[in-house]
Design a protein around this ligand. Structure first.
Ligand SMILES: [Zn+2]
Length: 415
């Protein structure tokens, strides 16, 4: 989740969103169809053969908050739904359980459980299409039967409300990764947003002793320690505490785009040495350092509207989202090129080899994916681009999901 999805008065009409997204999806379909040569056959075959895994999608929380249900056709409203995962050749999806920092003690754990309830209900109604899997054996079984293997990740340690029993409860309900922090710090771990904020005034950065115990307990349970969103100090404290490979579920490369929650080279090397995996985030603002200047110019062009929203106390994400939906063509031109997503994958491969990178789209938690990657049906384009760059098939299979499955198996505890 890049943006918290709170309801806001300026939310544009569904009709407007529908028109914009529907046009975008059609464009992707046309791209796929028009690539009718031997190369096209090859990339689609490879994509079909690979176990495609995405480790971060926010449609569960987004749909729960907005009263929608992703087993229905949400084309035009979201990036994802059950039928579109299938179209995109996605075999394994980690569904993010999320609430923002307005939820805390007494509310966060409860809300997280509502989302988990909702996922189980959807899976229960669609046994032939999806299956919640908690083990790698279950995952392989679901893939074999052509069902979407659904896994659960909790995005933000605040949802355990400082209570180790809640962590155990999440595990029993099938949660198999937890991001130690979201943008908000917990009492035991500082976030990237806070560690880099001048307004943040705690004296201790990183993991407290309690935080280290939580990380050790996750390793014991067999719940992946996810280091997206955490501050640098928390990252280093965690990587020195774990005894299993870590997951970085949806983060990109700092050297290519300087945002605090992307990974610096020494962090990337440390994940490599740990045997973990970095799953690259698709958000234009995390891939392309010129995205923010482009967005700033876009907002300046619509200053009167922006000013009236700011005066009405609209948060900046709501302003961006509203204007992006109102001026779809302009907003489209702000998006990072698809090649830049591949650049981030390439950068990690050049630094530490092909065994430690994968995909963590953040679809339905971001308003601006790269050009052409309009929704979850477009994953085959990534396979095509990797082939075009000369990647070997075996390495593409690792990047599309093999690396994550290795990390998953290394974390599993056999009962
Ligand atoms: Zn996130």
């Amino acid at each position: 989740m890049h943006h918290p999805r709170r309801r806001f008065a300026f939310t544009p009409s569904v009709t407007l969103r529908a028109v914009t997204l529907r046009a975008a999806t059609l464009a992707a379909a046309v791209t796929l169809l028009s690539a009718g040569n031997a190369g096209a056959q090859e990339y689609l075959k490879l994509h079909e053969k690979a176990i495609v895994v995405d480790t971060h999608n926010d449609v569960l929380s987004t749909a729960t908050m907005e009263g929608m249900d992703f087993e229905t056709d949400l084309t035009g409203k979201t990036h994802s739904d059950l039928a579109r995962f299938k179209k995109g050749g996605v075999d394994v999806q980690v569904f993010s359980v999320f609430c923002d920092d307005t939820y805390g003690v007494g509310t966060a754990f409860k809300f997280a459980n509502r989302e988990i309830d909702s996922l189980y209900a959807i899976a229960g109604r669609n046994p032939d299409k999806m299956q919640i899997v908690t083990t790698s054996a279950g995952l392989e079984q679901a893939v074999k039967h052509h069902r979407l293997a659904a896994r659960i990740g909790v995005e933000g340690g605040h949802m355990i409300e400082d209570n180790m029993d809640y962590l155990d409860s999440f595990y029993r309900r099938g949660v198999r990764y937890m991001t130690l922090t979201w943008n908000n710090s917990t009492p035991w771990a500082t976030s990237a947003a806070d560690e880099t904020s001048k307004a943040f005034t705690v004296t201790l950065y990183g993991l407290t002793e309690h935080g280290k115990n939580i990380v050790r307990h996750m390793n014991q349970l067999g719940m992946l320690v996810d280091l997206s969103h955490v501050g640098e100090q928390t990252f280093w404290d965690a990587i020195h505490t774990v005894n299993k490979p870590v997951l970085v579920s949806h983060s990109s490369v700092y050297a290519l785009c300087h945002v605090p929650r992307n990974l610096k080279d020494d962090q990337i090397r440390a994940v490599g040495a740990n045997g973990g995996v970095i799953d690259v985030n698709f958000y234009s603002g995390f891939l392309d350092s010129n995205y923010v200047p482009r967005m700033t110019r876009f907002l300046a062009r619509h200053k009167p509207e922006m000013d009236s929203m700011v005066a009405a106390k609209a948060p900046s994400y709501a302003v961006n989202e509203f204007l992006s939906k109102k001026y779809p063509q302009e907003a489209d031109s702000l998006r990072a090129p698809l090649s830049m997503l591949i650049d981030h994958i390439d950068y990690i491969v050049r630094l530490i080899g092909p065994d430690h990178v994968g995909l963590g789209s953040d679809f339905d938690g971001i308003e601006s994916p790269p050009q052409q990657l309009n929704d979850v049906t477009t994953y085959p384009l990534i396979t095509r681009e990797l082939l075009n760059r000369g990647y070997k098939q075996e390495d593409i299979i690792k990047i599309l999901g093999g690396n994550f499955i290795r990390v998953l198996k290394a974390n599993e505890v056999t009962p």
